[in-house]
Design a protein around this ligand. Structure first.
Ligand SMILES: Cc1cc2nc3c(=O)[nH]c(=O)nc-3n(C[C@H](O)[C@H](O)[C@H](O)COP(=O)(O)OP(=O)(O)OC[C@H]3O[C@@H](n4cnc5c(N)ncnc54)[C@H](O)[C@@H]3O)c2cc1C
Length: 360
């Protein structure tokens, strides 16, 4: 059990939902998946995060958030409002927060960033360095991904998001809304105020890859985050990624404790796409070149993952690649091997033919 956190700032919102009991388990599951300790007292569910507390009162139909600082409160409001919006979607919930920082319009998770450096790691992987102010929150909350907001041909001069009264990002103008895509923070230096992102330059008409191809110092983009959950600590990992999951996998290899063991498979277009990764762990890395097979159509990555016997003891499975491969791996881990949700994460990072997967 975590110790009670300091509750310097507090706010609440009414939950005018007819069928709250119908959604409550899924809302609670989602909140717990962000590393919350949960407890129940009568009709009230309490969640204790590292950065503050939340509660859902099913009798009084109210949700509450409190935290020691602005970032923590903003994060809890965002987690609660997102969970309610997602699972109670059919009732189009109207969330209005009252209490501390209710008048705030600055979106805590947003930064405007400026390109300072562009370089190619390989023929298809471009590393871009961005500078921005006060990046400390990108090292908090466990998530290592970001929602990047790009200007496009149709919206060359976008308006950035503001904080809505529901605690979620609001868009000042639909006509000037930027296009969003999800990327990984490959490297972060809070003191120097820089974030690096590795962009795969993939074929087809796109927003992110197209922007990266013509990126130059001085260009501006928006960044929201961090998004995603903390990777569970384990002493052995089975990992799989294609080029889109490689930035996250490489960051883990560079930061996991040296005594960590395991196996990692990385699918790349060809041998020219291998990267030097400063692997600080005992995880064995195997590169799987597609050698002419189009991305998303080669099943060797999923087969390689399935061929590895699951060990006894503390282990975690992490997979990030095209949607069909992620489904195969998830079915194997959760279905065939009956592993739990807290032992595996198999995520779709893109889907053949789909635009902007997971960026909504
Ligand atoms: C949590 C998370 C982290 C991610 N991190 C990174 C990262 O660090 N670096 C990175 O490059 N990507 C990353 N991705 C993947 C990236 O978000 C998608 O590839 C996204 O579609 C790219 O947007 P786009 O505008 O270039 O293409 P879109 O406009 O979304 O798609 C245009 C077309 O390109 C196709 N396409 C998209 N991705 C690929 C691909 N990899 N290969 C071939 N065709 C493709 C689509 O199917 C579509 O037909 C991440 C995704 C998630 C969910």
């Amino acid at each position: 059990m975590r110790e009670a956190s300091v509750s310097g700032l507090a706010c609440e919102a009414r939950l005018n939902l007819r069928n709250l009991p119908h959604y409550i388990d899924r809302i609670s599951d989602r909140l717990q998946s962000f590393d919350a300790d949960a407890s129940r007292e009568g009709q009230r569910l309490d969640f204790r995060f590292a950065f503050g507390d939340a509660s859902l009162d099913m009798e009084r139909l109210v949700m509450r958030a409190n935290a020691a600082d602005r970032d923590g409160l903003a994060r809890i409001k965002d987690l609660l409002a997102t969970a309610v919006e997602v699972y109670a979607k059919e009732e189009s919930p109207e969330i209005v927060w009252t209490g501390d920082l209710a008048e705030e319009t600055r979106l805590a998770q947003f930064r405007e960033m400026v390109v300072t450096q562009v370089g190619d790691l390989t023929r298809h992987m471009r590393r871009i360095r961005f500078a921005g102010e006060d990046l400390s929150r990108f090292a908090k909350f466990g998530g290592m991904h970001i929602r990047m907001l790009f200007p496009t041909r149709d919206v060359p001069d976008p308006l950035w998001p503001v904080l809505g009264s529901n605690g979620l990002p609001g868009w000042p103008s639909d006509d000037r809304r930027p296009a969003a895509r999800v990327y990984t923070i490959r490297a972060l230096d809070v003191e120097m105020g820089i974030i690096e992102v590795d962009f795969l330059i993939h074929p087809g008409d796109s927003v992110g890859a197209r922007w990266a191809m013509q990126a130059a110092p001085g260009m501006k983009i928006g960044m929201m985050g961090p998004v995603g959950r903390r990777v569970r600590p384990a002493s052995w990992y089975l990992m799989g990624a294609d080029e889109t999951g490689l930035p996250a996998l490489a960051r883990m290899l560079e930061t996991l404790p040296a005594e960590t063991k395991g196996v990692a498979f990385i699918e790349i277009a060809d041998d020219g796409e291998r990267q030097v990764v400063d692997n600080a762990t005992g995880i064995e890395v195997h590169w799987l070149p597609r050698n002419g097979v189009p991305a998303g159509l080669d099943d060797r990555l999923a087969r390689a993952i399935r061929s590895v016997a699951w060990p006894t003891g503390s282990a975690f499975g992490w997979f990030a690649a095209e949607a069909a491969a992620a489904t195969t791996v998830r079915e194997h881990w959760r279905g065939t091997l009956a592993l739990g949700r807290n032992e595996t994460l198999a995520a779709a990072y893109w889907r053949r033919g789909a635009v902007g997967l997971m960026a909504g």
